[in-house]
Write a protein that binds this ligand. Structure first.
Ligand SMILES: Cc1ncc(COP(=O)(O)O)c(C=O)c1O
Length: 302
């Protein structure tokens, strides 16, 4: 039995259900987060990454969508820690907070519809391989911020992701890279993107229809500490083909090196030195092995 938090109560996940008439199920009017906990068997501890930052972004998403989650960041963090402690899963876990328009209302708007909030957890290993993936530039464009706000994590906007990922998989690729309508690189399907050219790390700006990623910030901090220069700037599609290194970052994908893109080898092939350094540091930091980054983690001791 996995314990969930739903509508103010701690209940078994199977009982945390909604009506087929729920507004969010019909119209995609929900906001969510994806948070990881890394289990360190030697410490018998689960380290939850950037818990508060995720709930702060959750609040910002809800503000854009005029959803009242009904709880403060502190209360949501506490509810999450309670579930994790009760579930005591001895493996890496993924935590999914969700707030949505819950009432059975046939009217496409945001106001006058009751909201509900839930949190559940599932065991989760690697979402994508971490030793080199083959990606394609999608024919689908990244949804524009003025169409569906991209800096909010909105359930309905993941139709965009699903379309791109489904095509990528059918074409034999591991994942997709989105361009914005103006033809510049936005991000991965559910991850931010970095490239390395001449030793400089480059990522797209927050104004390029990306989700402002928490892992992206973490990786920029790791890079600064390793004295790797970072630029935040617009990236052209063909820069992806001439980059020395390319990788995706996100809570789900972690740090996922890209070894091929659109049937072209990235750099000299394999996992490049900058990617490898950042990936190692990220995995060590998230398992509680680097004191410098312990403030990223909330420990749940089993
Ligand atoms: C569209 C999109 N971009 C980027 C990210 C990466 O964000 P974060 O590092 O905060 O998980 C995600 C989610 O994980 C995402 O869904």
């Amino acid at each position: 039995m996995s314990l969930a938090f739903f509508k103010g109560r701690f209940i078994p996940l199977e009982e945390a259900t909604v009506s087929i008439a729920a507004h969010a199920l019909n119209y995609g009017t929900g906001c969510f987060e994806g948070i990881r906990g890394y289990y360190n068997a030697d410490h018998n501890t689960l380290y939850v990454i950037k818990l508060q930052e995720h709930f702060e972004r959750f609040m910002r998403s809800c503000r854009i969508m005029r959803i009242d989650p009904g709880y403060s960041v502190g209360e949501l963090c506490d509810a999450t820690l309670h579930i994790l402690k009760e579930n005591a899963t001895p493996s890496d876990v993924y935590i999914r907070p969700l707030a949505f328009k819950a009432d059975p209302v046939i009217k496409v708007t945001l106001d006058g519809i009751g909201d509900a909030t839930g949190i559940f957890t599932v065991p989760l290993g690697d979402y994508l391989p971490t030793n080199g993936i083959h990606v394609m530039v999608s024919a689908w464009r990244r949804v524009e911020d003025n169409a569906i706000p991209t800096r909010a994590k909105i359930t309905g906007s993941y139709v965009n992701t699903a379309l791109a990922v489904a095509d990528a998989h059918l074409g034999g690729f591991d994942d997709a890279i989105f361009l914005s309508e103006d033809g510049h690189v936005a991000e991965g399907s559910a991850a931010n993107l970095f490239l390395v050219r001449d030793g400089v790390l480059v990522t797209t700006p927050g104004t390029e229809n990306i989700l402002e990623g928490i892992t992206r910030n973490a990786v920029m901090q790791l890079a600064a500490d390793l004295e790797i220069a970072t630029q935040v700037r617009t990236i052209d599609r063909t820069e992806l083909y001439v980059a020395d290194e390319l990788f995706l970052v996100g809570t789900g994908v972690q740090v996922a090196p890209i070894s091929r893109i659109d049937h072209r080898t990235v750099g000299v092939g394999g996992v490049g030195p900058v990617t490898s350094q950042l990936q190692n540091r990220y995995f060590e930091a998230t398992r509680g092995m680097l004191p410098r980054y312990r403030n990223w983690l909330t420990a749940v001791e089993y």
